[in-house]
Design a protein around this ligand. Structure first.
Ligand code: NAG
Ligand code: NAG
Ligand code: NAG
Length: 582
């Protein structure tokens, strides 16, 4: 039974190769850190990590200083606080994690020297692992939010060769492997780091830890361990991630039947992890942007829907609240449906929200309350769906959000603006402007990063104005709004126009103004702005060529046209394009 899983989920032949290669690199970094203190408490165990001898025995430090802490409790508390800091994007998380490890190592060394000193325990060790796990997750988040972490303070004595989430997760792993008898919690902390690391090798890394745990026989994986394995596969974007996830789920079901020997019982948390895998997979499919991708995404949606029905049935039959679908369950199934961008799937997503609202009404349980994520998923679904109803639907959902205190974030607003941009309503520029001002107002009020309008938000709004298909008056109105939006960007100290802003604006002139001198002049003026900002791009020239006549083009280009009168990007002054893309 035990080996079954390993056969199932482990690609056996690479197991040991990974471990040894992995350990030799990370052990070197560890010892480098320790050199500052004349000793590496973790010796160069290059041959076998399975060694039963404690690596902590081989301390070589000559000094036997007493502990710097009054009690174990004080020491643990300090480590815990240090680990917590590693989860903050306002901290230089790599050096913080290294400091935590360093402190732990110093005390371990002192404890070896003198057994009257406080003896770091498994709780101390868990905090040290957690520091690296938090560090891994912060590195992932800082990349995703494009937020730069604070730099390592200049006066730091530690050299840390950790740069990426992969490095940090490896660091946690090598610490774990060097520890004499790590417990289940320690294993799960490191697996958690891997499952959230978003690196391609994460699933195998988790599987190897699982195998090791099995081999060690002193620790038994529990439900959480398997949930983390599912997360690792779900986040991996690998081709077979979904099959793996379902295989692990079936295996968990098998294990749960044998509850005497196993502490594994899948629950709604497991189902939510599987549904998350469906959501990631369908996003991957639709990003192919072809019919096959959309067909595959539709299949994911149907399967996710079936899984929800099965789960509901299971809850109804057993009355076991561990199986009751919650907000996360519904939101994920809605998310899978929203990817498909069809009227039918969007309607289903809407029905699911209604069902969740009913559930919340019935139970009053906070876990069943739709939150801003749930609503935003539905806004996004309507925004992707080419339907006459879409804008009204989006507006209604946003009103409902306001009513129940679930504030829209920038994703909600951007989806709503995009929705209007695709709509046929001749007054859409006004709607878009209203949304944009509302978002801006909320941002000024709350200063919340989640609400910060970006240049992309503004560009989307200008693009919506450009697509007005109404009367001449309505087009003029749209154009005025587009320029008002440009003005807003120019006046804002927190953001700048980019190449897309100007080329979209020039394009809008082609759509919104009749040909003639007036259009030539306005286009030329916008182009001057782009030149001054160094933001002339190839698309700017293409849009300019479409908006103005040949004479104006030649003047605007300062004569940089070829013999056919076409704008020549390769010969424009560097100053015009120095801040743009290509
Ligand atoms: C530190 O460890 C001791 C002994 O294991 C434990 O009693 C205490 O609760 C721990 N403190 C913290 C903050 O984890
Ligand atoms: C579950 O158990 C059944 C019967 O014991 C077995 O046939 C099946 O292969 C097992 N499935 C998994 C995924 O472990
Ligand atoms: C005009 O500009 C927009 C925004 O940069 C761009 O997407 C579009 O492709 C451009 N049009 C042409 C004909 O290049």
């Amino acid at each position: 039974m035990l080996c079954l899983l390993i056969l199932l989920v482990c690609s056996g032949e690479t197991t040991d190769a990974f471990l040894s290669q992995h350990s030799s690199t990370s052990v070197t970094t560890t010892s480098r850190t320790c050199n500052n203190y004349n000793s590496g408490i973790i010796p160069q165990q290059t041959t076998s990590l399975r060694s039963t001898t404690s690596p902590l025995k081989q301390s070589a430090s000559p000094s036997a200083a007493p502990s710097s802490f009054k009690s174990l409790k004080e020491f643990n508390l300090t480590l815990e606080k240090m680990a917590e800091k590693c989860g903050s994007l306002h901290e230089p998380v790599i050096i913080r994690a290294a400091e935590c490890q360093d402190l732990w190592e110093i005390e371990v060394r002192k404890a070896k020297k003198d057994n009257k000193n406080l003896q770091p325990d498994i709780i101390s060790f868990r905090s040290t692992l957690n520091a690296w796990s938090q560090c891994t997750q912060s590195l992932v988040r800082s990349r995703r939010n494009r937020k730069t972490l604070p730099e390592t303070p200049k006066n730091s004595k530690l050299t840390v060769e950790v740069y990426t989430p992969l490095d940090a997760a490896k660091r946690a792993t090598s610490l774990l492997l060097a520890y004499p008898e790590p417990d289940l919690v320690a294993y799960n902390i490191v697996m958690d780091a891997w499952s959230k690391s978003r690196v391609p090798e994460a699933p195998e890394a988790v599987e190897r830890l699982l195998k090791r745990m099995r081999d060690a026989e002193t620790v038994q994986p529990n439900t959480y361990t398997y949930n983390l394995l599912i997360d690792a596969w779900a986040n991996s974007n690998r081709d077979n991630s979904l099959e793996k996830v379902l295989q692990i789920y079936r295996h968990m079901e098998n294990l749960s039947k044998d509850s005497k020997t196993n502490d594994v019982t899948p629950s709604i948390r497991t189902i939510n992890a599987i549904l998350h895998a469906y959501a990631r997979k369908s996003a991957q499919f639709t990003s192919q942007n072809n019919q096959e991708g959309y067909d595959q995404a539709a299949k994911c949606a149907a399967e996710a829907y079936d899984l929800l029905q099965e789960t509901k049935k299971r809850f109804d039959e057993t009355g076991d609240t561990n199986w009751q679908p919650d907000m996360a369950t519904y939101t994920s199934v809605m998310d899978v449906h929203s990817r498909c961008a069809t009227y039918k799937t969007t309607k289903i997503a809407g029905q699911l929200l209604e069902e969740l609202k009913q559930l919340h009404l019935k139970t009053g349980n906070q876990r069943h309350k739709p939150n801003f994520r749930t609503y935003t998923t539905l806004v996004t679904a309507w925004s992707r769906t080419k339907s006459e109803e879409s804008p009204q639907r989006v507006e209604a959902i946003m009103k409902e959000m306001a009513k129940c205190g679930e504030n829209p974030n920038s994703r909600t607003y951007t989806a709503a603006i995009q929705c209007w941009s695709r709509a046929r309503d001749p007054l859409k520029a006004k709607r878009v402007l209203k949304l944009l001002m509302e978002m801006r107002g909320e941002y000024k009020k709350t200063k919340s990063e989640h609400l910060r309008p970006t240049t992309i938000t503004y560009n989307t709004a200008i693009d919506a104005c450009a697509r007005c298909q109404g009367s001449a008056d309505q087009k003029t109105e749209s154009l005025k709004i587009a320029f008002a939006i440009l003005k807003t960007i120019e006046m804002d100290d927190e953001l700048n126009a980019d190449g897309v802003t100007y080329s979209t604006l020039i394009r809008s002139l082609g759509f919104l103004m009749p040909t003639g001198d007036e259009r030539n002049n306005v286009a030329k003026a916008v182009f001057e702005k782009a030149k001054n900002a160094g933001l002339v791009e190839l698309t700017t020239l293409k849009n300019l060529s479409l908006a103005v006549d040949a004479k104006t083009l030649k003047i605007a280009m300062d004569g940089n046209v070829d013999q056919n009168g076409n704008a020549d990007y390769t010969n424009i002054p560097y100053a015009w394009r120095k801040n743009g893309n290509k």
